[in-house]
Design a protein around this ligand. Sequence first.
Ligand code: TYD
Ligand code: MG
Length: 452
Amino acid sequence: MAKTNTIFSCQSCGYQAPKWLGRCPDCGSWNSFVEEVFQKERSIKKGLELLKPQPPVPICDIEVTDEHRVQVGIAEFDRVLGGGIAKGSLILIGGDPGIGKSTLLLQAMEMVASRGHTVLYVSGEESARQTRMRAERLGVASKSLYVAAETSLETILEEVKKLRPTLLVIDSIQTIFTTEIDSAPGSISQVRECAGRLMQLSKGTGVSTFLIGHVTKEGAIAGPRLLEHIVDTVIYFEGERGHAYRILRAVKNRYGSTNEIGVFEMTDSGLKEVSNPSEIFLAERPLNASGSTVVTSLEGTRPILVELQALVSLTNFAVPRRTTIGVDHNRVSLLVAVLEKKVGLNLIGQDIFVNVAGGVKIDEPAVDLGIITAVASSFLDKPVDPKTVIIGEIGLTGEIRGVAQAELRVGEAAKLGFTRCIVPSGNKLSQRIDGIEIVPVGTVREAMEVMF
Ligand code: TYD
Ligand code: MG
């Protein structure tokens, strides 16, 4: 029988099949198979040969060397990384095209290089001159920040050996290729092989490496599963188009917590860190307008106050619309049902739109009561007191459940000048904290009576 020389691999998870498939049986993505030249897993074999057998040792006998980290000097970035860049770590940064990944890394690398560390910034997408032009706009001019416009992995490895940098940036992993593999740059085998070799490099020489990864239409880093296994840290850089705010979010971190976020603002001279995001998210809030409420969302160790807006209006359709931006659609449907059943508002025949101001995404049940209040406020056309912050998760029977870290949230509200806080009675907060009035509520009905 003739031997097949090509194989079809799923560009999203790396699953391989001898023939083309419309849908990947492993990850379920559609039309993701691409024909590639068949490669034996050379690097794995090579890697295995290099490994010396190591007998198991008791965990208490393992020597712990002081974990060495390089501080970036941008507080928002350092926090997301877990307190700086760990030596020899491999960090993947993903995000939509044009969101500011190259800008962020160029600025961060400048901060590191200005303190005397050698940094190599490899750009496979822009020429050295283009990078220089961007650098001028950003005020980046360190002598120890080296730039190379290179796409060949072998050349990059050579350069790293010569230059011995503390930090290496690969912009982006999809443009780099190794001559050992015949597939096109950006294909799953190339990305996997290059990332694997760069990992061996960073573990072997201690150079910390940033990989920039493109995001597919569906919002995943191309070949995400493969890369997420290989790298130590996965960070997403996200933001809404048309908004200046960008959020850096860790989704995997072997060297720190994954709940932290960093907030930046894109200006004409690059990214500026936003150390008090609540103030900015609330800056354009209309006071005394119906349908607007302020809620707290806990991002890692930091509570952030954001404005929720709802608009309820008579529908022109047989089935009314329920549109949400920034909060989960199903969650809103559920909350609207609770509002109908437990408070008795007649929302059938009403279009309902819910939006989080500032292009933020909130994925936390603690904003439930805020959503319900915004919807009710718009429906009744009665504004909520603008100095009130609303906290609470809602259950299907209309009960209000306690939330995590209530004191922290109330503290942040007090800091920003709010005078009243609606909280779940289950949280048992004392009546006055930092000059803010605490109003405990147990059910949705009770909360509506307090507010309207
Ligand atoms: P970029 O870092 O090239 O994005 P990525 O590498 O994620 O594709 O960012 C490009 C966008 O950022 C571009 O649309 C212009 C904008 N930008 C500014 O607004 N100000 C600046 O100082 C810079 C450098 C870019
Ligand atoms: Mg770029």
